[in-house]
Design a protein around this ligand. Structure first.
Ligand SMILES: NC(=O)c1ccc[n+]([C@@H]2O[C@H](COP(=O)([O-])OP(=O)(O)OC[C@H]3O[C@@H](n4cnc5c(N)ncnc54)[C@H](O)[C@@H]3O)[C@@H](O)[C@H]2O)c1
Length: 352
C-alpha cells in the first residue's frame, strides 16, 4: 500500500503549489515609548522585516503615555500610509494591559528621561516605579515565552526590575541593549583601519550600558585577503586600544547629542533590530555579539545583575562565550562596571 507521504509527493509533482510553505503566523511585537525618537525610527524597521526576517508578518502593539496619545496616533497613521505588506495590524494604546496582551516580543523603550542636573538616584527611582508596573503587565498579559529587550536607561537596572516582577517570564528571556555600543566599537575599528565595517567582528562590550562600560577589541578580528587577522595585530597600538578607542566608544552617545542636539535614535533603533534578529534567528558561525543578560557568574562577574557579555545565539537561545582570556587591565575595567551595577541594584531596591 502506498504511504500517505509518497502519495503526497506524487500529488505535489502535478500540483507544485502543495509544496509551498504555509504563510507564517504574525508575531505580536510591542514597542513602548513608541511616540518617542527611537520608537518612531524602529517601527518601520520592524514592519519592513529588519528585526524578524523578510517573510515574517507582524502585528505592532504601540504603547505610550496618555499625553502622547495624539502623537502615537500619528505614528499609527503613518504606518498605515506606508502600506507595508508585512504589517498585519497596529494597536496604539496608553493602556499597559492592552499593550502587553499576547505579545511575543517586547522592545521596551519608554521611560523617565534623564534631565540636566538629575541625580542617578532620582533617575533610577522614577524608572523603578514605571518598570514595576510594566513588569506586572508583562507577567500577566504577555505570551509566556515573550522575548524582552530593554532599551530605556538605566537599561541594565530596568531589565533587573522587569525580571524581579515578571516571574512568569524566564530570566533568560529578558535582556538589555548594549548592541549599539558593540556596533560603535566595530565602527571605530573599521574607521581606524579603513576597512569595511562588515569585515570586522567579535568586539565585546562588558558591563553596564553607561560610561563605565568596557569596550574591548582585544579578541576582535578583521577579514582580509590574507584570512582573518586579529585587530590587535593590525592596529599594533596598545595605547590607542586601551585609551582612545575605549573613551570614544564610551562617549559616542554624548558626542551624538552634542552634534544633533538629540540622542542617538537611528543607530539605537538599528541596534535593537540587530539584537533581536541575532537572538531569534541566530548569530553567524564564528561570530559573537554583545548583549546585556542576567549574569550567571561567568568571568567572575557577580550574579544577580544584568551585565553585557559576548554571546552567541542559536535556536532562540543565547549563551555566554566562555574561555576568553581576560588580562589585568580588562579585569579591573569589568570590576568597575560590576561595582556600578551593584550600586544601581541597591538604589533600585530602596524603591521597590
Ligand atoms: N540602550 C541604549 O543603547 C540606548 C541608546 C539610546 C537611547 N537609550 C534610551 O532609550 C530611551 C528612549 O530614548 P528616546 O530618544 O526615544 O526618548 P524620547 O524621549 O524621544 O521617547 C521616550 C518616549 O517614552 C514615552 N514614555 C515615557 N514614560 C513611559 C511609560 N511609562 N510608558 C510608555 N511610554 C513612556 C514618552 O512619552 C516618549 O514618547 C531613553 O531612556 C534613552 O536614554 C538607550
Amino acid at each position: 500500500m502506498m504511504s500517505s507521504n509518497s502519495l503526497f509527493q506524487r500529488l505535489a509533482k502535478w500540483c507544485p503549489w502543495l509544496l509551498r510553505d504555509e504563510p507564517k503566523k504574525p508575531v505580536k511585537v510591542l514597542v513602548t515609548g513608541a511616540a518617542g525618537q527611537i520608537g518612531y525610527a524602529i517601527v518601520a524597521m520592524i514592519a519592513r522585516g529588519l528585526m524578524l526576517g523578510a517573510d515574517q508578518p507582524v502585528v505592532l502593539h504601540l504603547l505610550d503615555l496618555p499625553v502622547a496619545a495624539n502623537a502615537l496616533n500619528g505614528v499609527r497613521m503613518e504606518l498605515i500610509d506606508a502600506a507595508l505588506p508585512l504589517l498585519r495590524g497596529v494597536v496604539a494604546t496608553s493602556d499597559e494591559a492592552e499593550a502587553f496582551k499576547g505579545v511575543n516580543v517586547a522592545i521596551v523603550i519608554g521611560g523617565w528621561p534623564r534631565r540636566d542636573g538629575m541625580e542617578r538616584k532620582d533617575l533610577i527611582s522614577k524608572n523603578v516605579t514605571i518598570y514595576k508596573s510594566q513588569a506586572s503587565a508583562l507577567h500577566q498579559h504577555a505570551a509566556p515565552n515573550c522575548k524582552v529587550l530593554v532599551v530605556a536607561n538605566p537599561a541594565n537596572t530596568n531589565a533587573l526590575v522587569l525580571k524581579e516582577f515578571a516571574p512568569a517570564i524566564p530570566a533568560k528571556n529578558i535582556t538589555c541593549l548594549t548592541r549599539l555600543d558593540h556596533n560603535r566599537a566595530l565602527g571605530q575599528v573599521a574607521e581606524k583601519l579603513n576597512v569595511h565595517v562588515g569585515d570586522v567582528k567579535n568586539a565585546i562590550i562588558w558591563g553596564n550600558h553607561s560610561s563605565t562600560q568596557f569596550p574591548d577589541a582585544s579578541h576582535a578580528t578583521v577579514s582580509t585577503d590574507r584570512g582573518e587577522r586579529p585587530v590587535r595585530e593590525l592596529i599594533a597600538d596598545e595605547i590607542w586600544l586601551r585609551e582612545e578607542f575605549v573613551t570614544d566608544v564610551q562617549q559616542r552617545g554624548a558626542a551624538v547629542i552634542k552634534a544633533r542636539k538629540q540622542s542617538s535614535s537611528l543607530s539605537a533603533a538599528s541596534a535593537a533590530c540587530d539584537h533581536m534578529r541575532d537572538w531569534i534567528l541566530g548569530t553567524p558561525k564564528g561570530t559573537w555579539v554583545s548583549m546585556g543578560v542576567y549574569s550567571d557568574g561567568s568571568y567572575g562577574v557577580p550574579e544577580g545583575v544584568f551585565f553585557s557579555f559576548p554571546v552567541t545565539c542559536e535556536k532562540g537561545e543565547w549563551s555566554v562565550v566562555q574561555g576568553l582570556e581576560i588580562d589585568d587591565f580588562a579585569r579591573s575595567k569589568m570590576e568597575t562596571s560590576a561595582t556600578e551595577l551593584k550600586e544601581e541594584k541597591s538604589i533600585a531596591y530602596e524603591f521597590l
